[in-house]
Design a protein around this ligand. Structure first.
Ligand SMILES: *Cc1c(COP(=O)(O)O)cnc(C)c1O
Length: 464
């Protein structure tokens, strides 16, 4: 399997190189040259497989330059850190299926991809003898999942900047209580944007980036998307009665990564009737699907902060397919967008979008009301991100259809909002109990590029 860029400017590369490249060197995103299609008989034969075995069957189609035994080992190791034997179990509540993606180390769905990516990085670096210094900024979820993905790994250091005091206390503890020698937390006296700007400046200093082998953990790495494709298949295998039962997946969306994985599953032949794209008030993607209006608004803070995003980094991958796999059309669309802050679509394109997607934008009051009503009805606690998807499914999916809602975070991770909605704090899972009494390590500094750079230089010696 070879990978190409949405912008058409690179020679095709293998899976290994695609993982290490992250962003394509022409500024585009990497995609497989052709998406394999799974026939009905094969799909039916996958129904009884364990999560790990299913992951192997799917990932090996896209990662044919990794020997099968090695890939099995990487998958087994990645999901051994999950606390549920099914990894991503499906539960049935109030007429909806809930796909629980939050049983990993940081209690959010990003673990499904970042546990695998950490192991893949370690494996590929070991083979090539290279080192990697991962540098990133986080407002909470991605940073902790990335840290847990690479903690203790050979040949990798990770430096994560977060705005001091501006993540939730649990999110900060999930990062700073990881005291492995290769993990470096930086709490900057500033905002998330200050952190992000420092990281961008470090990556734009090409000499520094090269000398210190800087790498990113952004959501555009193809391996992250690929790892997420697996749970769409897993959920379908768990809920479908007949071979070709059509399912709607409701996906709370920020960067379009998770829902793009569902789109790949659909193209692979998984019987997905529609993908239901659910947003909070940051609804650029909903406006696009509903009205063809793709124009940037300002980011507002909500009770589902991991979806407080305007420009979705993975959207370009979908546009590549929408534009008939024409890199020139992708380049033109992004040039227009850079110039005018909006993108235009033809009627034919919008008709295709509406064939594949449904959408709802759910506001904060509705989100909290959904958490409360769902709890009163079933006793089941939804986290605010999941509640956005559940509300969207309740509104947009007819009761006789099968709807699967992706539960992207454990309710205890966003306990404040859940308590506000229901009046009771969600019980803490084992990984959070006593977390505030664990030893922690974090470097507090000004949001200053040169201080951060010096800290990286002094701490990037790779551990023995
Ligand atoms: C990151 C995140 C999302 C959004 O996922 P995308 O892939 O960015 O669309 C939703 N919910 C939670 C809890 C998250 O951490």
């Amino acid at each position: 399997m070879k990978y190409i860029s949405t912008r058409g400017g690179i020679a095709p590369v293998g899976f290994r190189e695609a993982v290490m490249m992250g962003l394509a060197t022409d500024g585009g995103l990497l995609l497989p040259e052709a998406i394999p299609v799974i026939d009905r008989a094969t799909l039916a034969s996958w129904k009884g497989l364990s999560y790990q075995e299913l992951a192997f069957r799917i990932i090996s189609l896209f990662a044919d330059d990794i020997p099968a035994d090695d890939l099995r080992r990487l998958i087994d190791r990645s999901y051994a850190t999950f606390t549920h034997p099914e990894i991503t179990p499906v539960v049935h509540q109030d007429g909806l299926y809930i796909l629980e993606l939050f049983h990993g180390p940081t209690l959010a769905f990003k673990d499904v991809a970042l546990q695998l990516l950490g192991n893949l990085f370690e494996y590929l670096l070991h083979e090539s003898g290279q080192k990697l210094n991962i540098v990133g900024a986080t407002s909470g979820d991605t940073g902790s999942a990335a840290i847990h993905g690479v903690r203790g790994k050979e040949n990798i250091n990770i430096f994560i900047l977060h705005p001091q005091g501006k993540t939730s206390p649990i999110q900060a503890l999930q990062m700073t209580t990881v005291t492995d020698p290769n993990v470096h937390n930086i709490a900057a006296r500033g905002t998330f944007d200050d952190c992000q700007n420092i990281v961008k400046a470090l990556f734009n200093d090409l000499a520094f980036k090269e000398e210190y082998s800087l790498g990113a953990v952004n959501s555009i790495n193809w391996a992250r998307v690929l790892a997420q494709v697996v749970y769409y298949f897993y959920a379908w295998c768990r809920v479908s009665g007949q071979e070709n039962e059509q399912v709607v997946f409701a996906v709370p969306t920020g960067n379009f990564g998770d829902i793009f994985a569902g789109y790949v599953a659909k193209r692979m032949g998984l019987p997905i009737d529609k993908l239901l794209l659910a947003t909070n008030e940051n609804n650029i993607l909903s406006r696009f699907i509903a009205h063809g209006d793709y124009s940037v608004g300002t980011v507002v803070s909500t009770v589902s902060p991991s979806m407080d995003i305007q420009v979705a980094s993975n959207f370009e991958r979908y546009l590549f397919y929408l534009f008939g796999e024409e890199p020139a059309r992708v380049r033109q669309a992004f040039a227009d967008f850079a110039a005018s802050g909006r993108m235009e679509f033809t009627e034919a394109e919008m008709a295709r979008v509406r064939e594949e997607f449904l959408t709802r934008s759910v506001n904060q009051a509705e989100t909290l009301a959904t958490i409360a009503a769902f709890h009163a009805e079933t006793g089941y606690l939804l986290d605010p991100h999941t509640a956005v998807g559940v509300k969207a499914a309740q509104d947009a999916v007819a009761p006789d259809r099968i709807a699967v809602c992706l539960a992207t975070a454990h309710p205890a991770k966003f306990g404040e909002a859940v308590e506000k909605a229901t009046g009771t704090a969600p019980p803490l899972p084992a990984s959070l109990q006593g977390i505030d009494r664990l030893p922690s390590r974090c470097e507090v500094m000004d949001a200053d590029l040169e201080q951060v750079r010096r800290f990286i230089i002094e701490n990037c010696r790779v551990q023995p």
